[in-house]
Design a protein around this ligand. Structure first.
Ligand SMILES: C[S@@+](CC[C@H](N)C(=O)[O-])C[C@H]1O[C@@H](n2cnc3c(N)ncnc32)[C@H](O)[C@@H]1O
Length: 403
């Protein structure tokens, strides 16, 4: 069994894992952790960098009867891993769903290891807190011989597992670094872009086939976040367009860095309300539209009003209507993963109801994103929500397909 530590947007994390490992089965989930079966350690470690939301993955080693067994069991596992030549080793503890004194357990383990002549084992935790990605980086744990053991309480059961993958915070900043920062647009967080790509994939194809055969088109590419994440995950054909010439230039500049011999990217200027001019949509097979839709002008809480939101909705609706009517006309049958805006105004949520109606009338079906056996649900239209604290315009993520 594999446990995924989830991010703040836990529903999105679960949707991504569920779709990416399409043969897996969800066993249990709360807001912090999700247990899945039928995913191998190899599958995780070779694909971890492509996953957006999850921050750490744990392989469950055993179920324990009592908390007091933690030090004894941990010592057994750790001493098996120690390098016998040098005796050098680092170990860390973490806990989820419980509030045990892992620090004192860690010290006990150290004493036992000393007795067994492993003098160089170092316990990394400084107190009873879990080691986080920043400490992981600071202590250079990635480059050392180390093990992290996790104590997890879920549904009154106790589990002991070892960490098999840890988010590499530097890889995101390295990708962001190349984007032009001087442009005033709401950029999509790279993690969310990755997650949308993983939600869009066709689960029936193998990972290899998906990467070889699938094309991705973002008709509102902005600075190219979705295209960059797609190239970084190994997709070979990416297309992007934007109304604004400057965005087209910025995207081209940003993605040139990620282009490999086996990948292809085309970026062009195009108003999406005239989508009928994008010819390749008619004849390209397996082309997924993955896009953060134009969310309207940026509104801060100081100048947002219901009238301004209504005006935005009118403008945006016209583009949506044209765009989706065209897709219907050409019988576009591939997956579409898209963020629509919705607004928060003094604790009131204003949803883009007329777009739901439009999509329904045109025959687009919303795909379910979460597994059936999960207690917390999507919204009533099966979308998932994303927002950053303090933002007025939120994002509602849909997976659509023409029925
Ligand atoms: C929210 S931004 C997309 C940001 C992008 N996801 C990123 O992370 O960089 C929306 C983009 O839509 C573009 N846009 C607005 N109206 C458009 C239209 N009618 N057709 C095509 N692009 C449009 C804007 O120029 C802007 O770059």
């Amino acid at each position: 069994m594999i446990a995924f530590i989830l991010w703040r947007e836990f529903r999105l994390s679960i949707a991504e894992i569920n779709n990416f490992f399409s043969n897996s089965k969800l066993i249990f989930a709360d807001r912090e952790i999700a247990f899945f079966e039928w995913i191998s350690v190899d599958e995780i470690t070779s694909n971890f960098y492509k996953l957006g939301w999850n921050i750490k993955v744990i392989e469950i080693l055993e179920e324990l009867q009592e908390e007091k067994n933690f030090p004894v069991e941990s010592e057994k596992i750790i001493s098996e891993k120690i390098d016998f030549e040098t005796g050098k080793f680092c170990y860390a503890f973490a806990q989820y769903g419980m509030n045990s004194n892992i620090f004192s357990s860690g010290i006990k383990v150290k004493k036992e290891l000393k007795k067994a002549n492993f003098k160089n084992a170092r316990f990394v935790n400084k107190d009873s807190n879990n080691v986080n990605a920043a400490v992981f980086k600071k202590e250079k744990l990635r480059s050392l011989t180390w093990i992290e053991l996790n104590f997890i309480k879920a549904e009154d059961r106790l589990f002991l597992g070892k960490t098999i993958a840890y988010q590499d915070v530097d890889s995101y900043s390295a990708r962001d670094f190349w984007k032009s920062r001087d442009m005033w647009i709401g950029m999509l967080p790279p993690k969310l872009a990755q997650m949308m790509i993983n939600i869009a994939l066709t689960p029936t194809l193998s990972q290899r086939e998906r990467e070889k055969n699938i094309s991705i088109y973002d008709p509102f590419c902005g600075l190219g976040t979705i295209l960059i994440e797609a190239l970084n995950s190994g997709y070979s054909n990416v297309y992007g367009s934007d109304l604004n010439e400057k965005m087209v230039e910025a995207t081209s500049k940003n993605i040139s860095f990620y282009l490999k011999q086996t990948t292809k990217a085309e970026v062009f200027k195009q108003d999406s309300s005239q989508i009928e001019k994008v010819d390749f949509l008619k004849w390209t097979r397996n082309i997924s539209i993955i896009s953060e839709w134009y969310l309207g002008s940026i509104m801060t809480k100081w100048h947002v009003t219901e009238e301004k939101i209504d005006l935005e909705r009118d403008t945006l609706y016209k583009i949506y209507k044209w765009f989706f009517s065209w897709l219907k006309k050409i019988h576009f049958k591939w997956d579409i993963v898209i963020c629509f805006p919705f607004w928060e105004l003094k604790w009131k949520y204003i949803y883009f109801e007329e777009v739901y109606r439009l999509l329904r009338d045109l025959g687009f079906e919303t795909k379910k994103l979460l597994p059936d056996n999960l207690e917390f649900k999507e919204t009533r239209s099966w979308s998932l929500l994303y927002h950053r604290p303090g933002q007025q315009v939120w994002r509602e993520i849909f997976k659509l397909k023409l029925g």
